[in-house]
Design a binder for this molecule. Structure first.
Ligand code: AP5
Length: 213
């Protein structure tokens, strides 16, 4: 049976990364987050990283011309061919969805996390990242252990005005995404505790038999 190919979509702070971590604990599927890939490029100050940082620091989308080739290249690698992928944060525009289709990359399901703007603001404000392991925490909803707490960092794009702007950007392109993947769309109520979101994902994907997890 071919491996699972899943898109995990949703507004900033909706819990895409968190859901992917939970799915990964139960499966062998590869988690590919374009935000994480870009942050590595920025940290290593590569040509791409320098260009991408100009957009990321303002909460804007990195232009398709910079990101599409990088993602298509990564999707061709052996681990994803063998184990499948949770593609987190890509595609985000009609152009990106089109590029995937043109390259012949097919998906079983597009999970769409649905969360109120109030929750998105609260989640972004309390988010903390462990730079050593990449684990995502939240000061209130998923607090870091006491030995990890001193080293956690705040993402620069989690300032309230940047988060607001990122939500607006998502709302502008959401319709293009939904239209591109209408046939495999799996909406999930992500305005509930972390474990419940995961349970709803498992239940709905099993019921629809869209997931091969
Ligand atoms: P990216 O890192 O993908 O940012 P994002 O889409 O804005 O999503 P986030 O990472 O902010 O949130 P998330 O949904 O993963 O939530 P999380 O699990 O962390 O991209 C960053 C930037 O890179 C973009 O702005 C853009 O510039 C660029 N970029 C990336 N992809 C691109 C693309 N395809 N095209 C162009 N540019 C691109 O959870 C958030 C917090 O809430 C955490 O603290 C978590 O613990 C908590 N939490 C999670 N779930 C719950 C829950 N159910 N209840 C309570 N708390 C929860």
């Amino acid at each position: 049976m071919p491996p699972p190919m899943m898109i995990i979509a949703g507004p900033p702070g909706s819990g895409k990364g968190t859901l992917c971590e939970n799915i990964q604990r139960a499966t062998n599927v590869v988690h590919l987050s374009t935000g994480d890939l870009l942050r590595v490029e920025v940290k290593q100050a590569t040509e791409l990283g320098k260009k991408a940082e100009e957009f990321m620091s303002k909460g804007k989308l990195v232009p398709d011309a910079l990101i599409i080739a990088m993602v298509l290249q990564r999707l061709k690698q052996k681990d994803i061919k063998e184990r499948g992928v949770l593609l987190d944060g890509f595609p985000r525009t009609g152009g990106q969805a089109e590029a995937l289709k043109k390259a012949g990359v097919k998906f079983d399901v597009m999970v769409l996390l649905e969360v109120s703007e109030k929750s998105l603001m609260e989640r972004s404000a309390g988010r903390r990242l462990d730079p050593q392991t990449g684990t995502i925490y939240h000061l209130k909803f998923n607090p870091p252990p006491s030995d990890v707490l001193p080293r956690v960092v705040i993402r620069p794009d989690d300032q309230p005005e940047k988060q607001k702007f990122r939500i607006e950007v998502f709302n502008k392109t959401k319709a293009e995404l939904v239209a591109a993947y209408q046939d495999i769309l799996l909406p999930i109520n992500a305005d509930q505790p972390i474990q419940r979101v995961y349970e709803e994902f498992v239940r709905k994907s099993m019921a629809k038999k869209q997931s091969k997890l």
